[in-house]
Design a protein around this ligand. Structure first.
Ligand code: NIG
Ligand code: FE
Length: 413
């Protein structure tokens, strides 16, 4: 089917070529005013200014959508989520209001372990149905591509169950989905005193099945004091890389312990969180090919310091923005709020936030050939805004629903 969208107030994020944006380039967001987009079978085949329409599309298709007064953006690319989970953790939310820290709650057997208990009690279908609902919700909020992690199973059956749910989501959803194996999220109670034993289970029992059934694209490790050490992370990554899983890692959330440097040595696609960065961490990241993925809603929810976005950008690091959607530290997958918060609390310019949440997010999932910008040959994954006075109005008017509709692969969700 051919669809033509005309009279677009501003067509945002038009790019002839793909480029991972760093430094000053992150603030450059190409826009065409009074524009059109042509879509064939879900793929963008042309775009331009309305005055070029007659020349570029001499024969108008039957299906025409008028977008008068509307801005069109590439759909969000959310490159870090834990969207598959069972239950919720608002009881811990209240405990935190009363004064307990994230670490206190983890030490009490709450946190990730609580979610793991719930997950292991849930059936694959229950998990799938709950995740499907969340996926539908985030799609309506403008997300067109998403990475989803395991990590609440922490047993062979639990981890494989999560990854099989993600595989089913991939098969059934029109969203672009990447799957990440996060068996090393924390140590399960059974292996509390036997870390080597759990790592052995990851390597000898989980990874061979994951490799065989092609259940994951990436491997993740929560590299942090009290969780997995830098050496343990390297060991798990190297074993995973033998099955073709590339590292995409939880780094520097609470402490800077050298995980960032090791991740770069391992050629990690991305290092994610980065609330706690030394000057050396920033300079090492800037001279690497690894993307720094900032998760400001996790810092917001846990009342931590935000990621040093300005310093990272000004030092030429390539950064992406993601939601970290999970029941413990970011119970929301709303990328509109992620971009608004990035502008409000991390002083990112609206153009920088939009680029970091679209094209750079696509790079952080190696999906840049398929999505992240308005480019010929990419999927028609588009956000249609309600009439707004300017692009900056989107993050400025935070918390308001400014999305009129969302197109994924040429069809509306
Ligand atoms: O990215 N920090 C590690 N993992 C998650 C939180 C997981 C949880 O609390 O359930 C995160 O913030
Ligand atoms: Fe996370």
């Amino acid at each position: 089917m051919t669809t033509l969208i005309i009279n677009i107030e501003q067509l945002v994020g038009t790019r002839e070529q793909n480029e991972l944006l760093r430094g000053k380039a992150l603030a450059v967001l190409p826009i065409i005013e009074n524009a059109f987009v042509l879509i064939e079978d879900g793929i963008i085949t042309d775009y331009g200014a309305m005055y070029e329409l007659e020349l570029k599309v001499p024969q108008l298709p039957k299906h025409i959508i008028k977008a008068d007064g509307q801005f069109l953006l590439p759909a969000w690319c959310d490159s870090h989520t834990h969207l598959v989970f069972a239950g919720s953790r608002e009881h811990e939310f209240v405990d935190k209001i009363k004064g307990l820290s994230y670490a206190d709650i983890a030490a009490k057997g709450g946190g990730i372990l609580h979610s793991a208990q719930k997950l292991n009690d849930a059936s694959e279908d229950e998990l799938f149905n709950a995740a499907w609902k969340r996926l539908d919700e985030v799609a309506k909020l403008g997300t067109g591509a998403i990475e989803i992690k395991s990590g609440y199973g922490l047993t062979v059956e639990g981890e494989l169950k999560m990854l099989r749910v993600i595989k089913r989501l991939k098969e059934k959803s029109s969203l672009l989905i990447r799957s990440t194996f996060l068996g090393a999220h924390t140590y399960p109670l059974l292996f509390k005193e036997d870390h080597a034993g759990y790592i052995r289970s990851i390597i000898t029992e989980m990874l061979p099945v994951i490799g065989n059934e092609k259940l994951a694209d990436y491997v993740d490790v929560f590299c942090e004091n009290g969780f997995f050490s830098v050496d343990e992370m390297e060991c798990i990554c190297r074993a995973s890389m033998r099955y073709g899983l590339k590292p995409k890692l939880h780094i520097n959330q609470l402490n800077s312990i050298g995980g960032l440097q090791r991740a770069i040595q391992l050629n990690a696609v991305s290092v994610d969180h980065l609330e706690t960065m030394t000057d050396k961490d920033i300079s090492d990241l800037s001279s690497s090919n690894t993307i720094g993925t900032l998760l400001p809603t996790a810092a917001f929810f846990l009342r931590m310091q935000y990621q040093p976005a300005r310093q990272l950008i000004d030092n030429n690091c390539a950064i992406a923005l993601a939601s970290d959607y999970n029941p413990g530290s970011s119970p929301s997958g709303n990328m509109n709020y992620v971009t608004a918060l990035s502008c409000i609390q991390m002083k990112m310019l609206p153009a920088e936030a939009i680029n970091a949440a679209t094209i750079n997010g696509a790079y952080a999932m190696e999906l840049e050939k398929e999505t992240g910008s308005i480019t010929v040959g990419k999927k028609a994954n588009l956000i249609f805004t309600k009439p707004v006075p300017s692009l900056s109005y989107l993050p400025y008017s935070f918390g308001n629903n400014l999305i009129d509709k969302v197109m994924i692969g040429g069809g509306f969700v």
